[in-house]
Design a protein around this ligand. Structure first.
Ligand SMILES: [Cu+2]
Length: 69
């Protein structure tokens, strides 16, 4: 299992974090997503065939790009 924590500046409320959790949760291989609207940090865990790149690409597609990617 792999895990990363990403800073996502576009998170402004609980609706944003819920959207991220739902969208990333549907990505193949993703096993866990926790998005904190207060800190704007998202922790994602995944296994094959998930990938860090796939997660970053999806976040960009849904207009929540990670700041540190
Ligand atoms: Cu929001």
């Amino acid at each position: 299992m792999e895990r990363t924590t990403l800073h996502i500046p576009n998170i402004s409320c609980g609706h944003c974090s819920a959207t991220i959790e739902r969208e990333l949760g549907e990505l193949q291989g993703v096993t866990s997503v926790y998005a904190d609207p207060t800190t704007k940090m998202v922790t994602v865990e995944w296994e094959d065939p998930g990938s860090r790149e796939g997660i970053l690409n999806l976040l960009t597609e849904i207009s929540f790009p990670a700041a540190d990617a």
